[in-house]
Ligand binder design. Structure first.
Ligand SMILES: [Zn+2]
Length: 123
């Protein structure tokens, strides 16, 4: 049995697509509200949910901004493009090459667990 091959995308990219999905969800809720405008209470609920989703996605965007400030800019050894790293292990934004800042982890398989506090304590 072969292990499923996982493609890791950069954390910042992941959060960014999450925020984008939230905006779409927000607009979908509002669109649903417009379609159901005959049922006033339902329209109001859908609009409220839509506004909430969009506000939340803006919060996520601000969060990405602060995360970007804390991230470490590196040049990817694989594609030679500048990318940003969050935590001890992350993937290149352009080619998904797993990257690490920790010399001890070099050459090991990419694993999100290296970022967890528990793993760092165990070491
Ligand atoms: Zn790269």
């Amino acid at each position: 049995m072969s292990e499923p091959k996982l493609v890791y995308s950069s954390k910042i990219n992941k959060i960014r697509s999450f925020a984008l999905i939230l905006i779409f969800v927000g607009f979908l809720f509002m669109y649903g509200g417009i379609l159901l405008k005959k049922i006033e209470w339902l329209m109001l609920i859908l609009f409220a949910l839509g506004v909430l989703a969009i506000v939340f996605s803006l919060v996520v965007y601000v969060w990405i901004g602060t995360l970007s400030l804390r991230s470490v800019p590196v040049v990817c050894p694989n594609c030679n493009k500048p990318t940003k790293m969050l935590g001890r292990v992350d993937a290149c934004m352009h080619c998904k090459q797993p990257l690490t800042l920790d010399k001890d982890l070099e050459g090991l398989d990419f694993d999100e667990k290296y970022n967890s506090k528990r793993y760092q304590k165990k070491k």
